[in-house]
Design a protein around this ligand. Structure first.
Ligand SMILES: O=C1NC[C@H](CO)[C@@H](O)[C@@H]1O
Length: 440
């Protein structure tokens, strides 16, 4: 049983259960292929993509079409999207939510995903759909625990107590009632028929990957061995569950890498050995992690860049160890001086983006298991609505979710210098694929 399972999971790369339909992203060795050709993710984060597509009041369909056209023109071929949110009373949680209450799903919002997928298909773009959130800005795991244990949904924007928040959330993985509802909503999504195209989600090449959650962590900085084991088991069993429903789309965890694995490299590797996890994910947040102070950019730039390069290289090496592709699916940096206003320049951010893109390009060209990147996050035509830069229901959606200032990390359509860095980097990455950029 367990021994066999352990053996089977030992570094074995993901194998398609059979031929994948035309247009699906698949894994070959430690790289992505699509339509038989090498394929790289040049993506962004558009957490609110399904919201813009909704036919209901929250929808902004014309804006969505504009944003997808702009992204396509930049060479972006993938958007990473929040597919499931949980209605919550927390101030920093988005409202409305796709799950109004356990078992009650907002058909209007889910039709927003249908519309988004239909429009992505028209542009030959793809989506990563994450099915939960470790953080509170879409309800997430703390909201599940409120539903099923009665514990108050915990908004760390209010408590400022992230250690307590993370330790509490770790209980999600072993709460049977929460897991039952989580799996129920996964089945509801994976077995859905798109109301716009009439196509079942299982047959839709616009979906690149089902993703367990946004940034799932095993616990806090004092994570126990039991919590680590529960986390590895949850990833393995949930990934397997999704593949019993859909054995052709890729499945990923949504992990940040070491920063989301309590800095335990063995845990990061063990959590991703299962053959049901097709590729690795990692995120890079120098300012969030205290490596960079946007108000002391000159003094903290070198240290930040050194730590960032080490973070990138370590995870690419781990991908080599597991023989799986790896996508840097989130990275970002503040506007100059930590400003939120569009008029604030993005000099330091542009340099940082250039350094990250450059390192990934270099290692991809060397044949390392780089599968691509998604920057965080697309703000596009969205604009902060309030002088305090906080989001309130009815306001525009931008790249920053409701728990952060609207302008913190968003790349807006007016950020011409950043758009140029992105455009050039996407072009270079696609050139690698064109030049048969796959490794020997
Ligand atoms: O997934 C995430 N990672 C970092 C983003 C910026 O802080 C944050 O908004 C989001 O929760």
């Amino acid at each position: 049983g367990a021994l066999l399972l352990a053996f089977a999971g030992w570094g074995s790369a993901w194998a398609a259960a059979g031929p994948v339909p035309d247009g699906f992203v698949a894994v070959e060795g430690s790289h992505f292929v699509r339509r038989g050709q090498p394929w790289y993710v040049a993506g962004t984060n558009l957490w609110y993509g399904g919201y813009l597509g909704a036919p209901s009041a929250v929808g902004r369909r014309q804006r969505l079409l504009q944003e997808l056209d702009r992204l396509k023109a930049l060479g972006i071929n993938n958007v990473r999207v929040l597919a499931v949110s949980e209605q919550s009373a927390m101030r920093s949680a988005v409202s409305p939510a796709t799950t109004a209450a356990p078992g009650r799903y907002d058909e209007q919002l889910l039709q927003g995903l249908d519309f988004l997928l239909a429009e992505l298909g028209k542009r030959d773009m793809t989506a990563v759909l994450y099915l939960n959130n470790f953080w509170q800005w879409s309800g997430g795991m703390t909201q599940y625990l409120n539903w099923f244990t009665g514990s108050p949904a915990h908004d760390p924007n209010a408590s400022r107590d992230y250690e307590r928040f993370m330790a509490e959330n770790a209980r999600f993985y072993t709460n049977d009632k929460a897991q039952a509802e989580y799996r129920r909503v996964i089945a509801h999504l994976v077995q859905r028929t798109n109301t716009v195209t009439g196509k079942s989600y299982r047959d839709d090449p616009a979906i690149m990957s089902w993703q367990l959650a946004n940034e799932p962590r095993p616990g806090n900085s004092k994570v126990t061995a039991a919590e680590k084991a529960a986390y590895v088991k949850w990833i393995r069993e949930t990934a397997h569950y999704i593949r019993t429903l859909d054995d052709r789309h890729l499945v990923s965890s949504g992990s940040e890498g070491l920063a989301g694995s309590s800095e335990d490299r063995q845990l990061f590797l063990d959590a991703h050995r299962t053959p049901d996890i097709a590729y690795l994910t990692y995120h890079l947040w120098p300012a969030n992690w205290g490596w960079f102070d946007p108000k002391r950019a000159a003094q903290t730039w070198d240290g930040m860049l050194d730590k960032s390069r080490r973070y990138l290289n370590t995870h690419i090496d781990d991908a080599k160890t597991l023989g799986k592709p790896i996508v840097l699916e989130e990275f970002g940096l503040n506007r100059d001086g930590a400003g939120f206003d569009l008029k604030t320049p993005t000099t330091v951010r542009d340099r940082f983006y250039g350094e990250v893109f450059g390192l990934l390009q270099q290692r991809a060209a060397a044949g390392d298991p780089i599968a691509g990147w998604n920057f965080w996050a697309w703000g596009g035509a969205g604009r902060a609505a309030n002088a305090d830069y906080w989001w309130r229901p009815g306001n525009d959606f931008v790249g920053d979710p409701p728990q952060e200032e609207q302008g913190l990390y968003s790349v807006f359509d007016s950020d011409a210098s950043t758009l140029e860095v992105i455009r050039q980097s996407a072009q270079r990455l696609h050139a690698l694929a064109g030049a048969g950029g796959q490794p020997r």
